[in-house]
Ligand binder design. Structure first.
Ligand code: SAH
Length: 214
């Protein structure tokens, strides 16, 4: 999601009490950030944050961390959080490639990926958030039996993601659908900004759930 560059966004993020600065310092110590030992769920590429903030409001017994690389987008989530002041969510502005420097082994219970950038060129396949390269990173921080839940309307990216998960030795595909909104998995589904837009256009939404087996 690219918005017009918002002047001053970086400064707002640097000063916000809801963002984590020096995020690598909390590796293995996220319980000190939240002040409890509740499970940690993260969303990578959270955009403006509608999805993860809805979850945080619904599930006070879960700790959430929203990750987004663009300041202008993250700023929108911070504006919402200024109003809502949810105690169980923090945000990090960072590139997801370095995620294993931020969370310790088994520290994360669940990873959400929603409408991740497709990176259609073959030579950029490693940048896709469901590539083997990223699954290897997730393995370092996800609890055994922890899940990755991925939604997209991009069938090419979805098929690629299925292949990557099938080939990955320590991952299994628990379930998937090519049409979330006409499937059993729609129960309790929380819409993202992109999802709302694509559903309005009539696009089918694909969803898969992966588990780290060992
Ligand atoms: N999840 C939101 C936004 C989807 S657009 C929704 O469903 O509405 C994808 C978002 O992921 C963009 O905001 C983009 O900046 C972010 N993103 C993509 N690759 C990323 C990466 N490697 N690290 C961090 N954020 C990333």
């Amino acid at each position: 999601m690219r918005l017009r560059n918002v002047p001053g966004a970086r400064d707002v993020i640097a000063e916000s009490r809801f963002t984590i600065k020096n995020e690598t310092e909390y590796k293995g110590k996220w319980n000190t950030v939240f002040g409890n030992d509740n499970p940690v769920h993260i969303e990578i590429g959270m955009g403006k944050g509608q999805f993860i903030m809805t979850l945080a409001a619904r599930n006070p017994e879960i700790n959430y961390v929203g990750i987004e690389k663009y300041s202008s987008v993250l700023l929108r989530a911070l504006e919402k959080q200024e109003q809502e002041e949810l105690p169980n969510i923090y945000f990090i502005r960072m590139e997801a490639e370095y995620i294993a420097d931020v969370f310790g082994e088994g520290e994360v219970d669940r990873i959400y990926l929603n409408f991740s950038d497709p990176w259609p060129k073959d030579r950029h396949a490693k940048r896709r958030l469901t590539s083997q390269a990223f699954l290897d990173r997730y393995e370092k921080l996800l609890k055994r039996d922890g899940h990755v839940i991925f939604k997209t309307d991009n069938r090419e990216l979805f098929d690629f993601s299925m292949e990557q998960a099938e080939q990955a030795p320590r991952w299994k595909i628990l379930n998937y659908t090519y049409d979330l909104h006409h499937s059993e998995y729609v129960q309790g589904n929380v819409m993202t900004e992109y999802e709302t837009r694509f559903v309005e256009k009539g696009n089918a939404i694909c969803r898969m759930e992966l588990a780290r087996e060992v």
